[in-house]
Design a protein around this ligand. Structure first.
Ligand SMILES: Nc1ncnc2c1ncn2[C@@H]1O[C@H](COP(=O)(O)OP(=O)(O)O)[C@@H](O)[C@H]1O
Ligand SMILES: [Mg+2]
Length: 368
């Protein structure tokens, strides 16, 4: 007997600086979902937060999906178990779609990867891919994430936080971190936006001013040097087993100094990616174990990319992305490919996890 297809909504775009990266990730995910198993609806979130139905037919050849500015608005019904209404332009009334079985939020950064959209999906009572509200929020805030990791005894880079209301001097930052070479970054952002290095009081003042443009809370960290940037993809299956992939390494090109926004996105040869990373096998094992521990400590679910700094024998957890980049050059799918899991199967597992979790949570008795 033919089973009906699983109805998937891909959410992409969004109100963050990583809007364009999300459109490229969504295109790649869309193309790797098996059309025999899945019936896909594309839902673009515009820069000002409207949810509109997008049409992939226009964009087969492009590396990023397009969000039509005049597309019909889509509204997920609260408590609707995936029921959605589409408000057509220029016609009176609304059209109801067949309920989605699962939503894939392919959104990076604030208002997507931070628990906000996950909260909306909880209220809609629909299955969705990835971390829930707590894991998303705890991983997004670099200060909260580090405090949880430190509490669990996991290695983090020494840092302090600062707000505009309570500024600190360069000397105090040097004392607190044990280094005169500092990295200053917004607490809640990604893509290296607002991050800079400071090696004296004047640079420190400029770095703090820059980071405070993006967030009310900033982190001042010990600069790790020399540093190798190692990443690990973590995946949870439908039964709750958590596995770590082969590792990858990112080597920013020399002229960028560090893995800056330009090295990531605007300079095609801004960094070289190596999968698997060339590391001593014992060190690689230690990092993979750490990645699984980090996933648990930060309440991650489904998937996460855990990023490390390695300096000699020292390993530091740098940050966790609960909705890592999925473009056709992104590390998360590459690392699973290198571990023997092709992207279409990776998609199947993520969706199976989302459906199994939703079914499991529905049986809990906190609801009346
Ligand atoms: N403490 C540090 N020591 C050395 N390099 C750092 C440090 N913090 C950040 N960097 C550099 O800045 C990049 C971006 O920082 P990261 O904390 O990963 O923020 P984002 O979330 O924007 O990716 C890193 O990939 C690395 O190249
Ligand atoms: Mg990073």
């Amino acid at each position: 007997m033919a089973q009906r297809k699983t109805r998937v909504a891909i959410l992409f775009g969004g109100r963050s600086a990583e809007h364009d990266v999300s459109r490229a990730s969504a295109a790649n995910i869309y193309r790797s979902l098996d059309p025999v198993r899945y019936e896909i609806t594309l839902v673009g979130i515009t820069g000002d937060g409207r949810w509109v139905v997008a049409d992939a037919a226009n964009d087969k050849a492009s590396p990023a999906l397009v969000i039509p500015a005049d597309g019909p608005d889509l509204v997920l019904l609260p408590g609707g178990r995936g029921r959605a209404l589409v408000v057509e332009k220029g016609t009176p009334g609304v059209r109801e779609l067949a309920a989605f079985d699962v939503v894939f939020p392919v959104l990076h950064g604030p208002n997507g990867e931070d628990g906000t959209v996950q909260g909306a999906l909880e209220l809609a009572d629909v299955a969705y891919v990835g971390a829930r509200v707590m894991g998303s929020a705890a991983s997004m805030d670099k200060d909260v994430a580090k405090r949880l990791l430190r509490d669990a005894g996991l290695p983090i880079v020494p840092y302090i936080t600062m707000t505009a209301a309570a500024p600190i001097t360069y000397e105090a930052a040097v004392r607190a971190t044990g280094s005169s070479d500092l990295f200053v970054k917004p607490a809640n952002l990604g893509s290296s936006v607002g991050i800079s290095r400071a090696r004296n009081a004047a640079e420190f003042a400029a770095s703090c001013e820059l980071a405070l443009r993006y967030d009310g809370k900033i982190l001042i960290e010990r600069g790790i040097a020399p540093v190798r940037e190692i990443e690990c993809a973590v995946l949870e299956d439908a039964a709750g087993e958590v596995r770590a992939s082969e590792l990858g390494e990112i080597v920013p090109a020399g002229q960028h100094g560090f893995y800056s926004y330009e090295a990531k996105y605007t300079d095609a040869s801004g960094a070289s990616l190596h999968v698997p990373a060339q590391l001593d096998p014992a060190l690689a094992d230690r990092i993979r174990k750490l990645a699984v521990e980090v996933f648990g400590v930060l309440c991650c679910e489904g998937l996460a990319r855990v990023d490390f700094f390695v300096s000699g024998d020292d390993v530091y957890v740098n940050e966790v992305n609960t909705l890592p980049g999925f473009t056709n050059i992104s590390m998360y799918p590459k690392m699973w490919e290198a571990t023997g899991l092709p992207q279409p199967e990776l998609m199947d597992r993520l969706i199976a996890h989302a459906l199994a979790r939703h079914a499991r949570l529905a049986k809990l008795s906190f609801q009346r």
